[in-house]
Design a protein around this ligand. Structure first.
Ligand SMILES: [Zn+2]
Length: 356
């Protein structure tokens, strides 16, 4: 039995739906056939032991790039990207509907090889079979109106995980800008509609994702939410002091709530120098996992790749490279029990507790 059959992976974040939507069927990018485009397609997912993951729906900025050119902003002392402007509800709601429809078209065409998950029981069943599971996640709540009507509709359409913000402001909260070095304490906390959104997600059983949220917003959610705190794709600030990573205090709060952190493979969030350099060894991923496990316990660390949404180490390549990380962890002394928690058990626990 190979290492990935023993440790099937639940992954905290990918942007594959956005890539498929933007690149469309005219591109080289396919989902059901193996290609070398991007990081995830179904055959590569299965080869990499990817059993299920949070498939994000994200509305790009209505104009300009997602992030400015690193080279342009990088100085000896780091960088400070301006916060992108808020995006419009109508634009984002329309685009989100289109991408949710894409997801269900994929499921319909998949012949049981790809399934959208709505319950912890479904997730538990699927982890032992070859079908790849998708948890519907929104990265930013811009497609939801202040009255939260759309939240109920999207819940019925399968939404089970919601990031209040991406790294920009919206009517609910403020995302943290990309700044290095910097604490995440930039900007103000949740708005009144943001607080209502947290409570409504608790009621419905929608997981709240704190990656991209600024620090004041993080503490507001901690005060309000009765669910475990989760950051689906963030790393340790103590190793890479970028604004997007979690401080020790935030890690402690996640552990206190019985929550989990998904370690991301974004090179600029792994490397101590914060650079967008793909010549980053896989040991850097291991270092973040070890740091978080040492500080708050292996029960509170998992994987959150950000495949198809970020720049990853060359050595990793794509989803088929993940077994190399698991092997490295095993060589570093992580037990089978630790690895089982890290690769899937911790996500299972948190989702069982959060989804009603
Ligand atoms: Zn992200």
């Amino acid at each position: 039995m190979n290492i990935m059959n023993r440790f099937p992976i639940i992954d905290g974040h990918n942007d594959t739906l956005l890539k498929l939507h933007l690149e469309g069927c005219s591109s080289e990018r396919l989902f059901f056939s193996k290609t070398s485009v991007g990081h995830i397609d179904l055959p590569r997912a299965r080869r990499g032991g990817f059993s299920a993951g949070f498939f994000a729906i994200f509305c790009p900025n209505s104009s300009g790039p997602m992030l400015p050119d690193f080279e342009e902003y990088m100085t000896e002392d780091g960088y400070d990207f301006p916060l992108p402007q808020a995006v419009d509800y109508d634009y984002c709601n329309h685009l989100t509907n289109a991408m949710v429809a894409d997801l269900y078209r994929l499921e319909a065409d998949a012949n049981e090889k790809f399934k959208v998950l709505r319950t912890a029981d479904e997730l538990e069943e699927l982890i032992h079979i070859e079908t790849v599971g998708a948890i519907l996640h929104f990265e930013g709540a811009e497609s939801i109106d202040k009255d939260l009507n759309a939240l109920h509709v999207f819940y019925q359409a399968g939404l089970r995980s919601l990031g209040l913000v991406w790294s920009r402001p919206n009517v609910f909260a403020e995302g943290v800008p990309y700044r290095y070095p910097s604490t995440p304490d930039i900007g103000s906390g949740l708005t009144e509609p943001g607080k209502k959104l947290v409570q409504e997600c608790n009621k419905l059983g929608i997981m709240l994702d704190l990656s991209h949220l600024n620090e004041k917003g993080f503490w507001d959610v901690m005060e309000l939410s009765d669910a475990p705190l989760v950051a689906t794709h963030s790393n340790a600030h103590a190793i890479c002091p970028i604004s997007r990573n979690l401080t020790d205090k935030q890690l402690d709060a996640i552990a206190d709530s019985n929550g989990v952190v998904g370690v991301t493979y974004a090179v600029n969030m792994l490397r101590p120098d914060g650079k967008l350099d793909t010549d980053t060894p896989l040991e850097m991923i291991v270092k973040h996992i070890e740091y978080i496990a040492d500080r708050i316990g292996i029960e509170h660390v998992s994987l959150g790749s950000d495949f198809d949404g970020t720049t990853i180490p060359d050595e990793l390549g794509d989803v088929t490279g993940v077994p190399k990380v698991v092997k490295l962890l095993k060589d570093r002394g992580f037990s089978d029990d630790d690895l089982s928690k890290l690769t899937s058990g911790n996500w299972m626990r948190v989702l069982k507790e959060t989804w009603k």
